[in-house]
Design a protein. Sequence first.
Lengths: 389, 350
Amino acid sequence: MKANCWMRKGKVEVQQVPDPKILNARDAIVKITSTAICGSDLHLLNGFVPTMEKGDILGHEFMGEVVELGKGVGNLKVGDRVVVPFPIACGACLACGREQFSLCENTNPNAWMAEQLWGYSPAGLFGYSHLTGGYAGGQAEYARVPFADVGPLKVPAGMPDEQVLFLSDILPTGYMGAEMCDIKPGDIIAVWGCGPVGQLAIASAFLLGAERVIAIDRFEYRLRMARDKAGAETLNYEEVNIFEALKEMTGGRGPDAVIDAVGMESHSPTVAYAYDRAKQALMLESDRPLALREAIMACRNGGIVSVIGVYGGFIDKFPMGSFMNRSLTMKTGQTHVHRYLRPLLERIEKGEIDPSFIVTHRMRLDDAPEGFDIFLNKQDDCMKVVLTP
Amino acid sequence: MTIQQTSPPSSTNGVHRPGTPMRTLPSAHRDEYSAPSRRAAGAKADHVATGLGWFSLGLGVAQLVAPGGVARLIGIRDDGGIRTLMRLLGAREVASGVGILARPKPAGWVGARAAGDAMDLALLGLAFTRKGSRPGRLALATASVAGVALLDLFDAVKLRRTQRREDRGMRVTKVITVNRPPDEVYAFWHDFQNLPTFMDHLESVQITGDRRSHWKAKGPAGTTVEWDAEITEDRPNERIAWRSVGGTIDTSGSVRFVPAPGGRGTEVRVEMEYTPPAGALGAAVAKLFGEEPNQQVQADLRAFKQVMETGEVVRSDASIHARPHPAQPPEQAPTPAPMHAPTRAREDAR
């Protein structure tokens, strides 16, 4: 089959690879009909996530048709159309019992690696380095889906791929980001990053009752989408002082909750960017937390900092004084996708949200490298690339 | 007997080290792990290594932040080229400092420090011939580096020696929580024929008598090693202990099952020990436990948890290969040897 493979830092390539096989009794093989490029795939492309190997198949946002089942899967049949959550969860461990599916204790065969870096290991993820399991990803014609009796969600016939594809990651991610804000009537939420996850976090914050949402980015087309499609007020951080602007817009209180939908490769027009870039180059910190620092400083006293942007290692100059003295709370995590599949499918069916508004580019799987390039360089007002094999 | 220590001193895995008396594990739940104790032999080398680590970090940061200042301090004329060189040297110092302080086995990093010293001495030698250098200060700097170099060499050799000594025997204690009740977990472990489903190095275990079993394990280069074992203690749902009998192989193990609080399943605490004989057979046995015995036992326990909670050892596309391999589907043929060899589970898959 064909698959989009990570070759080295800065290079992906579509290659001919062996077809996946059933390895565990609860596996399914899915013939992929739609697969997307995620912003977090760019962290892999840019070499910020360790333990990538040449030839690793990328992709963790995918859906398709079940073509083969291990004998331990009782709830699916060949021909079912499913969307697949990006974390792999066994459904039987303590973490799964708590519905913290991205912390599944059994699905990372390389847990020891993750333990070296993070203390304990989270769940295995599709197509996201060997640190989280070395599972082949879904930017391919077929994918092996472990614990197919736990993860995949059957989607009703008649709903187009693009409406349900993002249940695999970014819609639940944006939604969990907003949910962690514990939104109360009158709350104003500020969102750093207007990429696909940021857009869906904005939309979700409104769904959950936010009074206003203020979105922050530097690309005008992304801010425009946040205004026109998601309904946010917007700030361009290259043009205004974000702290002062947010303070002014919230009557001097600050946003009730802030969402970091940026992660480890943030930018800033200030000298702080040069500082973090230099420290990253010298391997003295692995992640640039510019948006996170700003979000913490801007959050109102006693507010919530919700982090859904991906971090990999260590950050520097964490404003702990501001965080502690002002009684802030941080909530974060890889999305517990399984928890949100059914409720969000219902919301889509009822027409409360349609995440397909973020799709700007539809390409063939063969053109995945070009898709990465366009997405990375924000060419052609690129927001979301969907690939079809 | 000598004992392997492969985890940092701060860990609480209760691994004993040479020089400290072996404690028998008390049966009370709260005392089940023994407190980490600093090894007597080699502890001094550890102190020196820690000192060298902090020295590296401090010097490195100074070189990175104030390259000109450091240059002037050691008597070299401060210009752009020197500053770049200083920063590079600073990055090197920071790397070996972090390496020494963070690694459980600092010998390699202290060795790297010694190599760095040689480089510094060579550079200082060149600096004497450079215009604008101050020979007095340079001589002082050279003497300091030479002194530290001696310390580095001494320490590197000493650390290597203690590590080699430890590699000859080992005792590992590991714990994992399994989300199943103690009776179920005990029952599965008690049937020793189940052990190869989650113990990577075991090929088979045959029950040969009431408390007797015959163990076969994979050795290096396609060889197998076999021995007989007997159960020395069997407390239903609480503890099983076994040891090898009669052969050249001296190995023992025990596993204890304690209910985790609040319905969190069972805490499974395993202790494995072996003292290999000298010579080639000893080397073969040592290989059974892998390069990192701590990690191997932990991996086996993790596989045990997977079997108990999900029915089989969970595999990713990459993990079925013994060596690092891209996250790609497995090749159709030949079938590669799985990392954990759950023969039964594999047959069950389809």
